[in-house]
Design a protein around this ligand. Structure first.
Ligand code: PLP
Length: 485
C-alpha cells in the first residue's frame, strides 16, 4: 500500500509506504498522509472476521494498510499489543477479557463501546500502545532513534507517554496547556519519572501548543537534525489502529453482517471519527456517523452549514470535556480530501485559507450537497447538558460516564429518532469518569470509582517545565537535551 498527501506532494521517497510515514508527522507539503485508496472488505472477509479476537482482527485490518512489515512480524506486534493485561486492567473479570466490549444501556438499541480500559483510561490507548510497539520495531530494524514532539489537551499526552516510557531510542517532548487539564490528568503525565519523558506546560491554550508543534515540524532542517517525530492525532498509524474497534464494535452489537450500526463519536481533532469514516468507506455497514462536539462546535457548525470556521485560541472555550476543547480539527483535512473527490489542489487551496486564519465555505458546493452520502450528522453539547446526561445515565442505567462520553450520549439522544428502527446506536466511550472527577462530583455529588493502582496519584512528585508559547525557546529546550546528528 502506497501513501499520498492530501495536498498532493508526499515527499521522499516518492511513493512512501507505511514504515516511511510512521515516524513523521505532516507530509512535507503540510498535508496529511492517507492510503492511495481505501482497501475494500468483501462480505466473505466480514463473515470470517466476525469471530476473531481483537488482536486477530487488528492484524487482519492492519495488514491491508501495512504491506512493508512481514506478516509474521506484524502479527507478533498485534498479539503483543492487544492483550487483556493491557486493556482490561480496569474492569478485569467483568467481560471475560474482551478488549472493547459493548456495554448496553438499552439492550440492542443504545450501548457504550468501551474503549477506555487501558493504562491511561482513555480511548487513545487503543492506538498509542500499538504505536509504541511499531516504533520500537521499526527503529530497531533501522538502527535509528526518534524524538517525539507532541501537543496534548490531556489524553494524548498521557497515552503517548505510557506507550513510549522506557522504550529504547525514543524520547518524548510533550506540550500541554498550562493549568487547563484536570488534576488527575496532570498527575498521570507529570508524575512519570522516566528519563526519556519531558513534560512542557505551555502558558496558552491547546491550539497554541499544537501550533508550536506544527512550526517546529515545518522547520525541515531542525526536524531532520533532531530526528523529530510525532504521535499526535495526525499520525496515520493512530487513525489506522482506531479503524479496528469500529469493526469490533459492529460485530459486538450485531448478530449478522446484514445489519447496520450507527456510531456516535465525541470529537475534537476528528481523529477518532475519521477512523469511523474510513471503516465505512472500506465497506463496514455503518448507517450513520454522529459527530458530537462540546461548546467548541467548529465541526458541528461545518456539518450543519458547510462552513468551516476555525476559531482563534482566544475564542476557544475551556470546558468540562477538555479533550475536545479544539477549534481547529487537525484530522478534518483527511475527510475533506474525500469529500472533494480526493482532489489535492482543492484541499491545498482550502487549507491556504485555514492557514491564513480564514474560514472556507462549501455550503453552495456540489460536494456539500452530497454530504449525506458520507453518513455524517452532528450535534453539540454544553456543560449543563453534560451534567444532566451524566445524572440521567446514572439514574436510569446505573452507569457512570465521563464528561466526553456524556457529550456523545447527549447528541446520540438528540438524533436517535432519525435512525431507522432496529439500528443499534453505539456511543464511543472515550474516557473513564475518574479522569474528570471534579465534574462527576458536580453532577452526582459523589466521587467516581478509581482503579486501585491509581489511588493517590495526585500526591506523587511531578516533573514538568512551564514555558511561554515561544517556538525558539522550545527548540532550545529540545536541543539542550538532544545531540543533533
Ligand atoms: C482525544 C479525546 C477526544 C477527541 O478525539 P479526537 O480523535 O480528537 O476527535 C474525545 N474524548 C476524549 C476523552 C479524548 O481523550
Amino acid at each position: 500500500m502506497k501513501y499520498i498527501s492530501t495536498r498532493g506532494h508526499a515527499g521522499q521517497p516518492a511513493n512512501p509506504e507505511f514504515c516511511d510515514i510512521l515516524l513523521g508527522g505532516l507530509a512535507p507539503d503540510g498535508g496529511l498522509y492517507l492510503p492511495e485508496r481505501y482497501p475494500q472488505v468483501s462480505r466473505a472477509e466480514l463473515d470470517a472476521w466476525r469471530g476473531l479476537s481483537y488482536a486477530e482482527l487488528a492484524f487482519a485490518i492492519l495488514s491491508k494498510f501495512i504491506t512493508d512489515i512481514p506478516p509474521a512480524d506484524l502479527k507478533a506486534i498485534c498479539d503483543k499489543t492487544y492483550t487483556a493485561e493491557v486493556y482490561c486492567h480496569v474492569r478485569a473479570g467483568d467481560d471475560a477479557g474482551e478488549i472493547t466490549p459493548v456495554h448496553w444501556l438499552e439492550e440492542g438499541r443504545l450501548g457504550l463501546l468501551e474503549l477506555s480500559n487501558g493504562p491511561t483510561l482513555a480511548f487513545k490507548d487503543m492506538a498509542m500502545q500499538l504505536l509504541g510497539n511499531l516504533f520500537e520495531y521499526v527503529l530497531a530494524r533501522r538502527g535509528e532513534t526518534i524524538n517525539i514532539l507532541g501537543a496534548t489537551s490531556g489524553d494524548t499526552g498521557s497515552a503517548a507517554e505510557y506507550a513510549m516510557r522506557g522504550k529504547q531510542g525514543v524520547r518524548v517532548f510533550m506540550l500541554s496547556p498550562h493549568g487547563k487539564m484536570s488534576a488527575f490528568q496532570r498527575a498521570q503525565m507529570y508524575s512519570l519519572q522516566d528519563d526519556n519523558i519531558f513534560n512542557i506546560a505551555v502558558t496558552g491554550m491547546f491550539d497554541d501548543a499544537q501550533d508550536i508543534v506544527k512550526a517546529v515540524s515545518n522547520d525541515h532542517g531542525f526536524k531532520a537534525a533532531h530526528k523529530i517525530g510525532a504521535v499526535n492525532s495526525i499520525n496515520w498509524a493512530r487513525v489506522a489502529a482506531q479503524i479496528v474497534y469500529y469493526f469490533k464494535g459492529y460485530f459486538g452489537a450485531t448478530k449478522s453482517n446484514d445489519e447496520q450500526v450507527a456510531f456516535c463519536v465525541p470529537s475534537g481533532n476528528f481523529g477518532n471519527i475519521c477512523a469511523g469514516h474510513i471503516a465505512r468507506q472500506m465497506g463496514l455497514p455503518v448507517a450513520r456517523l454522529i459527530l458530537a462536539t462540546n461548546e467548541n462546535d467548529v465541526l458541528d457548525e461545518f456539518f450543519r452549514t458547510g462552513i468551516y470556521r476555525p476559531r482563534k485560541a482566544a475564542e476557544t472555550h475551556v470546558t468540562s470535556s477538555p479533550s475536545m476543547d479544539i477549534s481547529k480539527a487537525s484530522n478534518f483535512e483527511r475527510f475533506v480530501y474525500d469529500l472533494v473527490g480526493r482532489d489535492p489542489q482543492r484541499v491545498a487551496a482550502l487549507w491556504a485559507e485555514v492557514d491564513a486564519g480564514r474560514p472556507f465555505d462549501l455550503s453552495a458546493s456540489a460536494e456539500f450537497a452530497r454530504i449525506a452520502d458520507f453518513g455524517f450528522i452532528s450535534g453539540a453539547s454544553s456543560h449543563a447538558d453534560r451534567l444532566a446526561t451524566i445524572r440521567k445515565v446514572f439514574e436510569q442505567y446505573g452507569v457512570m460516564i465521563d464528561t466526553h462520553t456524556a457529550d456523545g450520549v447527549k447528541v446520540a439522544w438528540q438524533h436517535a429518532a432519525e435512525l431507522r428502527a432496529g439500528v443499534p446506536l453505539l456511543v464511543l466511550e472515550t474516557a473513564l469518569p475518574v479522569k474528570f472527577s471534579e465534574t462527576i462530583v458536580e453532577a452526582l455529588g459523589r466521587e467516581p470509582e478509581r482503579p486501585a493502582d491509581l489511588e493517590g496519584i495526585e500526591k506523587l512528585p511531578q516533573r514538568v517545565t512551564v514555558m511561554a508559547p515561544d517556538v525558539d525557546a522550545i527548540k532550545r529546550f529540545i536541543t539542550e537535551r538532544v545531540t543533533p546528528q
